[in-house]
Design a protein around this ligand. Structure first.
Ligand SMILES: [Zn+2]
Length: 352
């Protein structure tokens, strides 16, 4: 048993971490909704939540594993019906990011799930989706948070050959600040290789490749993300350690792993936080950065992830700074944002 709190929101965050200028490279817009936001949108759109929560809204979300998480996540997704809903949750996320001194975030959003018809409602139009994201990004900038968008293919929903997402990415209706294509969803039974053509088309547009891999599947999934999808970074990737040859390849190519400790804990990728691979990944010389994944659903934030890394995973203040500098380098932020963050980090004091 871990002797650390299971609910990450209760972790004490040192002031050094709270004040630290930060960036986040792996956070899902649709995963950022808190219980309060889901409740408010349920009321706004007059939806009955009893099919998901027969006893009413929980005080906190909890999950028995990835499929259970997915069921609740899709309920939340079904509440995002207008561009204004998207702008609102982007602004909500940016408000929490600004409160943690996060200056820049690459936020993943899943266009496909908004375009799908749902129940008796048609899907959102590509222009409404774009306009909602653009409006949210403008509001975030006013809060001091620059956003780069990642639009991902949900591998367990959008089957290979559908081309909805890649056709959209090639259209004239994509949001400002689009930087990358991702691959999300449940890995088990949904391999990456069939999406190689979609990723090749996205890369031809100038987009970067940031698939999830090595979260609920093993090292072969990470290898496929690198070889078939030409990954620039890997979402999670923690199970790459199962294959030392692959680790060498990731180190040689400098491919960063976007590590999300609380997500791995709550989705039972690991048994307890004490088992987390972060120390071993760093020991192996891999590039890693810390992220929240789905902060609303997991009731976490980036400060909490940093505190967990400090308290349980052997990350010192100097290590945090080095990882942040590395994350700046591995980000797809504009040069001006990179320079500003680098300057702030270089001048940030270290006490240990
Ligand atoms: Zn993710």
């Amino acid at each position: 048993m871990s002797n650390q709190p299971k609910i990450p929101g209760t972790t004490d965050v040192p002031q050094w971490i709270a004040d630290l200028p930060k960036l986040e490279l792996h956070v899902h817009l649709e995963g950022s909704m808190s219980v309060a936001t889901v409740s408010a949108l349920t009321d706004l759109h007059s939806v009955d939540p009893s099919g998901v929560w027969p006893d009413g809204f929980p005080d906190r979300f909890s999950f028995s594993g990835f499929p259970d998480f997915a069921a609740q996540f899709f309920y939340g997704l079904s509440l995002l019906r207008t561009g204004e809903d998207l702008a609102t949750i982007t602004e909500d996320l940016a408000t929490t990011l600004a409160g943690q001194n996060v200056r820049y975030a690459e936020i993943t959003t899943t266009a496909y799930t908004h375009f799908m018809a749902r129940d008796d409602r048609p899907g959102m139009s590509p222009t409404e989706y774009r306009d909602g994201l653009n409006e949210g990004r403008r509001r975030a900038a006013a809060l001091g948070v620059d956003i780069g968008w990642v639009i991902d293919i949900p591998r367990d929903i959008e089957m290979p050959g559908s081309t909805v997402t890649i056709d959209y990415l090639e259209s004239a209706h994509t949001p400002d600040g689009l930087v990358a294509i991702g691959l999300g969803g449940y890995e088990v039974g949904f391999p990456a290789a069939p999406y190689a053509d979609d990723f090749a088309r996205a890369i031809a547009l100038g987009l970067k490749s940031v698939p999830h891999a090595g979260e609920t599947e093993g090292a072969d999934s990470v290898r496929s993300a690198v070889e078939d999808l030409k990954a620039d970074r890997i979402g999670h990737g923690v199970r790459c350690l199962e294959d030392p040859e692959l680790v060498d390849q990731l180190v040689d190519r400098g491919i960063m792993l976007e590590v999300c400790p609380t997500s791995n804990d709550l989705l039972q990728v690991i048994e307890t936080m004490d088992d987390h691979a972060l120390p071993a990944l760093r020991e192996a010389g891999l590039r890693v950065c810390l992220n929240t994944d789905d902060p609303g659903w997991f009731d976490t934030d980036l400060n909490t992830e940093f505190a967990i890394a400090s308290e349980q995973l052997g990350v010192s203040e100097a290590d945090h700074l080095a990882m942040l500098h590395d994350a700046v380098t591995a980000s797809f932020a504009p040069d001006s944002v990179k320079a500003s963050l680098t300057n702030e980090l270089t001048n940030y004091p270290v006490s240990n």
